[in-house]
Design a binder for this molecule. Sequence first.
Ligand SMILES: NC(=O)c1ccc[n+]([C@@H]2O[C@H](COP(=O)([O-])OP(=O)(O)OC[C@H]3O[C@@H](n4cnc5c(N)ncnc54)[C@H](OP(=O)(O)O)[C@@H]3O)[C@@H](O)[C@H]2O)c1
Length: 247
Amino acid sequence: MRLNDKVALVTGFGSGMGRAISLRFAEEGAKVAGLSRSVEAGQESLRQVRAKKGEAAFFPTDVRDAAQVQAAVDQTVQAYGRLDIVVNCAAVRITGTATDISVEDWDAVLDTNLRGTFLVSRAAIPEMRKSGGGCIINLSAISGFHGTAGRVAYSVSKGAVNNLTEAMALDHAADRIRVNCICPGITETPMVTIASPEQREQLQRRIPLGRVGLPEDIAEAAVYLASDAARQVTGAILAVDGGSHLA
Ligand SMILES: NC(=O)c1ccc[n+]([C@@H]2O[C@H](COP(=O)([O-])OP(=O)(O)OC[C@H]3O[C@@H](n4cnc5c(N)ncnc54)[C@H](OP(=O)(O)O)[C@@H]3O)[C@@H](O)[C@H]2O)c1
């Protein structure tokens, strides 16, 4: 098992990639502390991890709130004694151009996707130092490589997450904390609605490898980045998108 005895804190636990990553991490021997807001969705992720004999705890948390984030990190260390891995999955995607997105929606996107990633990393790093090192994996998007039409706030948030990844990779390398980023392409989760077989066809035509991603594809990349196999990898921005960022 590649993550035996590691303690991993995963945000976005109740859905999509956060759930898939938690399930894979638990299969690889990690103890998972899951953070998201909906109690029902978090309990369902917990049930799925435990059904596979994995070890997990759920701490309902809004990642925009510094006090809640600090409390969740403290609860994680209380429950499992240390913290080795953080995966920042929590995000919202709200569309809109500079003139038609509301100020409230702009704030919601930046506060969740960027401030949330910063707050969780900020609270976790001191605990990783105590563990002698660790690893942070941020979830970005193709919009992190270049701005995307009609998604001004989301693009800004993901571009900033890429830069945050690189800056933190440099700042914390001496503490043996690796910081990397995954940029998924279109991936079938509750964030993306594929309404019809025709729409799926259309999406697939735009992806060089010809298939829409699954959350499990992202989970495999996260296991690699979290594992000792990636011991020399930090500051990487890894596209897991079937080649879409090149198309
Ligand atoms: N799916 C795609 O095609 C795609 C493509 C590129 C990048 N991504 C990125 O991949 C990551 C995972 O996306 P996904 O597709 O798995 O999304 P998802 O299924 O919509 O899940 C998002 C998760 O974030 C949590 N969340 C949202 N706001 C939160 C807050 N304020 N505090 C705590 N948790 C919060 C949600 O739970 P609650 O609402 O219960 O809090 C949910 O568990 C995101 O960073 C996303 O931007 C996704």
